[in-house]
Design a binder for this molecule. Structure first.
Ligand SMILES: Nc1ncnc2c1ncn2[C@@H]1O[C@H](COP(=O)(O)OP(=O)(O)OP(=O)(O)O)[C@@H](O)[C@H]1O
Length: 277
């Protein structure tokens, strides 16, 4: 998971199962994944999802439908009971090899309270024994990208909740991931801060050429950010419906205030109501 990122092989027009719709190469292929916990909770049942290069996919669903479980399985933090999670042309085990770097942004910032921001953000590179002379320019670059360029010497307690979340995104950025997994990163923030961070994430997604899998409870957030939304249902956890959000990027306030956005939100709410009832 922590190996140096290098350039991925050139995209090809063929997926293992045939031609790639739209020419986009699959990054992760989740196939017939079940997860049954030790207490016999069936958290996931026959989940199929193909994540393609450049996708911004939201996993949207009520509490307990298995969103975090699925994300943790993709990250290799938990094992599927059965089924497969494959990377393009290779098994999951190759994560951490060149071109297969991923990052995970958790629900809370999980910063080390005793360390200044630069040290917090440098942590993944320190763990890889990257020399300080090499890591510090990357740390400064990442902090600047999330708008915290002037705060590298600050302690987490000196920052607002939104700034702490930005710092945790900077810590993910320094690893130069190609796939970014985000588990409800903005759920605890007020609406204005969440909107601002949504815009930041879309900018980084575009600039960095990321593929993102994003967990959220919020219909509004899912529609604003995503090109695809997988609506998940509980008991057992499964993907009940997939919505495509055709609105072009970049998206901003114009999109947020548009009839098109309202219509997509209505559709996503309706899908969510169906699985929650
Ligand atoms: N370690 C575990 N052991 C037993 N059951 C678990 C474990 N982790 C999760 N579960 C159960 O699996 C189901 C799916 O949980 P999960 O956290 O993946 O859902 P979620 O959709 O992410 O929920 P939330 O939106 O509340 O975070 C739930 O019923 C949960 O109680």
């Amino acid at each position: 998971m922590d190996a140096e990122t290098q350039t991925s092989p050139e995209p090809t027009a063929q997926a293992p199962g045939g031609p790639v719709p739209g020419g986009k190469r699959p990054v992760v292929d989740i196939s017939q994944v079940d997860k049954v916990y030790g207490n016999e909770t069936r958290a996931l049942d026959q989940v199929d999802l193909t994540v393609r290069e450049g996708d911004f996919i939201s996993l949207l669903g009520p509490s307990g439908c298995g969103k975090s479980t699925l994300l943790r399985i993709v990250a290799g933090l938990s094992k599927a009971t059965s089924g497969e999670v494959k990377w393009w042309e290779q098994d999951y085990g190759v994560v951490g090899q060149p071109g297969r770097e991923l990052c995970f942004v958790f629900q809370s910032p999980t910063l080390m309270p005793w360390a200044r921001l630069d040290k917090n953000v440098r942590l993944p590179l320190d763990l890889k024994h990257v020399k300080k002379s090499e890591s510090m320019p990357k740390v400064r670059d990442a902090l600047t990208m999330v708008g915290l360029g002037d705060f590298e010497g600050a302690y987490p307690r000196e920052l607002s909740g939104g700034m702490q979340m930005r710092a945790s995104i900077a810590r993910a950025l320094v690893t130069e991931p190609s796939l970014c997994l985000m588990d409800e990163p903005f759920g605890a923030l007020d609406e204005m801060t969440r909107n601002r961070l949504n815009d930041d994430i879309l900018r980084l997604w575009k600039e960095r050429g990321w593929t993102v899998i994003f967990v959220t409870h919020s219909v509004y957030e899912a529609v604003y950010l995503s090109n695809r939304i997988a609506v998940m249902a509980p008991r057992p956890g499964r993907i009940a419906e997939e919505l495509t959000i055709e609105a072009p990027y970049p998206r901003g306030n114009e999109f947020r205030n548009s009839d098109e956005y309202a219509e997509y939100c209505r559709r996503a709410s309706h899908a969510l109501e169906k699985v929650s009832s």
